[in-house]
Design a protein. Structure first.
Length: 361
């Protein structure tokens, strides 16, 4: 645990600070768009230059406003982006994640500066991250070095709630013995798919948090049954298909789509789980009508299906097969990607529920 240092803001120009805050949020939105686009077009020189200028502007504005704590580490990031522009490194998702996390720290620092005369920050963390970034240019494996910097940042997000992997089925009322039965099947599913370790319980806990404290027209037990049955049904698909990292063929896509009908059918046999069956049947629908199997729009999709859709996407981003390592992508990355699809693939309401469920206010 690093000792937090104090930064006093009472001597700062508050009008300048407010203007900087507003400009930063514009820069942040642009940077997030550029990072997502560059992952699909890593050699797009105009976008690379735009991202470089964006980071340079953020750094310069912090200097003008006399907010020095994050300037050195942003300079290191700027140097990495210079190497990318010069062709010595290729832009990849890890560099994107590094940029997103550092900008998120700037956002937190600026927000705190506006709200309080004393801002606490981890100077040692920023120093250590800067040292790791500085080594990227000379490291024999630059991607491994980027991961070292990411590991430091990714484990220092105090505003995020940890989604526990506790066994929620212990809390289910006695009138739902089916849920305990489903839960007892999950260890076998995880033995078949080791990379799914903890997946089902993460989904359950996140869904429980998103539903907690609000009134919906369905019980948590309905979405719990859908989560359990989905993962059990998925485990019957070929292992080769489930662990595939390359784009799927049309036939493989049909196999994946077929599981929607399979798991929905399993629950439809029980009168009590009709809503859970519908949740599964509709969880691949998009709110703009471009999903499947029926092409429904938001008003016609079961709210539990929209909730399940977004927690599946969140799990895929944060625990998917993005790197051939143990590295998990940052929560910030997931929120950026999912927010971009708000009102398209995902319901804006459920995107907001996800965000408020993950952050401490």
């Amino acid at each position: 645990m690093h000792t937090m240092l104090e930064f006093r803001t009472e001597q700062l120009n508050q009008e300048l600070l407010q203007n900087l805050h507003e400009e930063f949020h514009e820069n942040l939105a642009d940077a997030e768009n550029l990072i997502i686009e560059l992952e699909h077009q890593p050699k797009e020189t105009e976008k690379l230059s735009a991202l470089f200028r964006n980071i340079h502007t953020v750094k310069g504005n912090l200097s003008i406003a006399q907010l020095p704590p994050l300037i050195p580490v942003l300079q290191e990031l700027e140097d990495v982006l210079s190497l990318v522009r010069q062709g010595e490194l290729e832009f990849n998702p890890k560099i994107g994640d590094l940029s997103l996390l550092l900008l998120d720290h700037v956002k937190t620092f600026l927000n705190d500066s506006l709200e309080s005369e004393t801002v606490f920050y981890d100077a040692k963390l920023y120093e250590d991250v800067g040292i790791q970034i500085n080594k990227i240019s000379t490291h024999s494996d630059p991607e491994l070095q980027i991961l070292k910097a990411l590991a430091l940042l990714n484990h220092n997000q105090p505003s995020l709630i940890e989604i526990e992997e506790s066994m929620l089925h212990n809390q289910f009322p006695e009138q739902y013995p089916d849920l305990t039965y489903f839960a007892n099947l999950i260890p076998s599913v995880e033995n078949r798919m080791p990379q799914w370790k903890g997946r089902t319980n993460r989904l359950l806990n996140l869904a429980h948090r998103m539903l907690d404290g609000s009134q919906y027209d369905f019980d948590f037990e309905q979405i719990a049954a859908a989560i359990y049955t989905h993962d059990i049904a998925m485990s019957f698909l070929p292992i080769k298909l489930l662990s595939r990292e390359q784009p799927m063929t049309q036939n493989e896509k049909k196999q994946i789509k077929a599981h929607v009908y399979a798991c929905s059918f399993l629950l439809s046999q029980s009168e009590h789980w009709q809503q859970a069956s519908r949740i599964l049947h509709e969880h691949h629908e998009w709110v703009n009508g471009l999903g499947y199997p029926k092409g429904l729009t938001e008003n016609d999709i079961h709210p539990g299906a929209m909730c399940l859709s977004i927690i599946h996407a969140y799990e895929a981003i944060t625990h998917g097969h993005y790197y051939k390592s143990d590295y998990q992508r940052p929560v910030k990355r997931a929120l950026v990607e999912l927010s971009k699809l708000s009102n398209q693939q995902f319901s804006a309401f459920w995107v907001e529920r996800l965000i408020t469920s993950l952050y401490i206010h």
